[in-house]
Design a protein around this ligand. Structure first.
Ligand code: PMP
Length: 353
């Protein structure tokens, strides 16, 4: 260990992002990227950026981007926060709403694996609430913890399972504490809690341009909530980096979110491929969790998740598996284009036969 590292840097176990191997061209179904290109209007906005303007810092107020988000979400721009990917916003959430010596952040045992990393990083106690046997989440159990607040991924990752808006509302209303709903995969479910942010000042909804808007490479996310919550995020951001969203990103994302029609059409294709992929996997003897997302979580008895991952990788298809209790037998497979999904199924047939 490097002797110059402080104790915190020595102790952290960072989040591990999906691999990007360079040895050959893979069918990449391991990081839940959208198989379709961003909207042509986003491309126009990209080309419309004045290159010489890049000598200037990006617009601090992010007016255009925030207005476009507010318009699409049916809220006011003052209720919008934008950041460098939703991961960054989630980091700000953990630092803004949970105390190091407090009662902790409550979340599921099987959920986005960045949450425990943020807790470790900020020294926040973790209150882990196991999912049910069928991987559904009993929000009543989450509510009964003494935690300072809760973080819920909806749809959840890596299970892909969703919680209906009414259930989220009941939880938020009864909790009386901060509730962060991570809606990275909501474009594939359609039960967003954003409308509830007008009614409840303890609810913050975090979204991303990475999945539903096909802009993972640009790094932009946003949060919607009561003005007090947004201002808390701004305080954290301004203690860290005044300009997390660059000029190009602001312009492209504003154009993308204004082109809802394009994305609804493309995401509907992803949803119909998800249903086909789930059926095809089931036909091949896989147990597939009901997905509300742009990936499926599946296992086949007699095979570990690692084996399925390795056999597919040898055949040029990348999926993800997690060497963790309860889910080591599963693989998380991103829903690709019809051709990519066919390639995955062909690779599966090859090694299963
Ligand atoms: N939340 C969940 C549940 C995710 O799976 C991801 C993607 N890894 C993110 C947030 C972060 O997405 P991004 O930083 O690209 O906005």
């Amino acid at each position: 260990m490097n002797t110059y590292l402080n104790k915190r840097a020595q102790g952290i176990v960072p989040y591990v992002a999906g691999e990007q191997p360079k040895d050959k061209k893979y069918v990449k179904l391991n990081t839940n990227e959208n198989p379709y290109p961003p909207s042509p209007k986003a491309l126009e906005a990209y080309k419309g950026v004045n290159f010489s303007d890049l000598r200037l810092y990006p617009p601090l107020a992010m007016d255009k981007l925030k207005s476009a988000v507010a318009e699409a979400e049916g809220v006011s721009p003052e209720n919008v926060f934008c950041g460098n990917g939703s991961d960054e916003i989630l980091a700000f959430c953990f630092s803004a709403f949970f105390d190091a010596d407090g009662k902790g952040a409550a979340f599921a045992d099987i959920t986005y694996s960045f949450y425990p990393v943020f807790c470790e990083f900020f020294g926040i106690p973790q209150v882990i609430v196991p999912l049910e046997e069928d991987f559904s989440q009993d929000l009543e159990k989450l509510r009964k913890t003494p935690a300072q607040g809760a973080v819920i991924a909806n749809p959840n990752a890596p299970t892909g399972m969703g919680i209906a808006r009414e259930e989220i509302e009941k939880f938020v209303a009864q909790s009386g504490r901060i509730v962060i709903v991570d809606e990275a995969y909501m474009p594939f479910y359609g039960q967003s809690a954003v409308p509830l942010t007008q009614k409840y000042d303890n609810l913050l909804v975090v979204k991303t341009f990475s999945k539903g808007y096909s802009l993972a490479g640009l790094r932009c996310g946003y949060a919607v909530g009561d003005r007090e919550l947004i201002s808390a995020l701004e305080r954290c951001r301004d203690s860290f980096n005044s300009y997390p969203v660059d000029t190009v990103c602001q312009a492209v994302c504003a154009a993308a979110i204004a082109d809802g029609e394009y994305y609804r059409e493309k995401n509907a294709l992803v949803i119909s491929e998800r249903e086909r992929l789930s059926k095809e996997l089931a036909r091949r003897g896989f147990f597939v969790l009901p997905s509300c997302s742009n990936f499926v979580f599946a296992k086949k008895s007699g095979l570990s998740g690692r084996e399925v991952y390795e056999k597919l990788r040898e055949r040029g298809v990348l999926v993800r598996h997690f060497q963790k209790p309860r889910i080591a037998d599963f693989c998380r497979i991103t829903v690709g284009s019809a051709e990519q999904n066919d390639a995955l199924l062909a690779a599966l047939d090859d090694f299963l036969s």
